[in-house]
Design a protein around this ligand. Structure first.
Ligand code: SAH
Length: 208
């Protein structure tokens, strides 16, 4: 099923990065979904993982990862750990992954499966992704897997100059935005239309 996913959902639709394809053909995606829907893990769609959250569709995971062009020595920040599946893909391609999730329960579940698979280069935090993770900044790349109405400035601040970021932006209609930080400014392009769950806004915290 995994090989079929790689061919029909990824290769045939234009994913070309052999490293991304190799990594996704290795990672057991079915271990990242609730056991009742394990048989659906390789379907061409997002799936519910509880708490109104979803594991992203395989194509979107591949597309976003390919767009970041990660190098083996790089450090990447992920906002929205969710199931941890995208986290695993990143951990295979980068040196260190810092991942932030707002729901403690989802972070714990993701930690459990990622540890059982042997990953040792993933750092977990439960907290508000709008704030990024300042202590380990700047990052070579940032990926956000929930949609914000606008690009969070804090995340641009935590990207190194020359670093790349990909994130869905919008409310009902969303675009996947890809950009490079150049001389402190985020140079962006719109890529494809997408539908992500919203990046939750924590009201009690003051936003910068
Ligand atoms: N990459 C994940 C996507 C999960 S969906 C996967 O494929 O499994 C988006 C995730 O972002 C959810 O787990 C949700 O709880 C989390 N999230 C939403 N708002 C957040 C916020 N403000 N800070 C951190 N995580 C957030």
């Amino acid at each position: 099923m995994r090989e079929e996913m790689i061919k029909t959902q990824l290769r045939d639709r234009g994913i070309q990065d052999e490293q991304v394809l190799a990594v996704m053909s290795k990672i057991p995606r079915h271990q990242f979904v609730p056991s009742e829907i394990e048989h659906l893990a390789y379907e061409d769609s997002p799936l519910s993982i509880g708490l109104n959250q979803t594991i992203s569709q395989p194509y979107i995971v591949a597309y976003m990862t390919e767009a970041l062009h990660l190098e083996p020595g790089e450090r990447v920040l992920e906002i929205g750990t969710g199931s941890g599946y995208q986290t695993a893909v990143l951990a295979e391609l980068a040196k260190e992954v810092y991942t932030v999730e707002i729901f403690d329960q989802l972070s714990k579940q993701a930690q459990q499966v990622l540890k059982s698979l042997g990953y040792q280069n993933i750092h977990f935090r439960v907290g508000d992704g709008w704030q990024g993770w300042a202590e380990n900044a700047p990052y070579d790349a940032i990926i956000v897997t929930a949609a914000a109405p606008q690009i969070p400035r804090v995340l641009v601040d935590q990207l190194r100059d020359g670093g790349r970021m990909i994130l869905p932006v919008g409310t009902l209609s969303q675009q996947l935005i890809l950009g490079v930080k150049t001389n402190g400014h985020f140079q962006k392009i719109e890529t494809i239309p997408v539908r992500f769950v919203p990046l939750i806004q924590v009201k009690s915290e003051e936003k910068k």
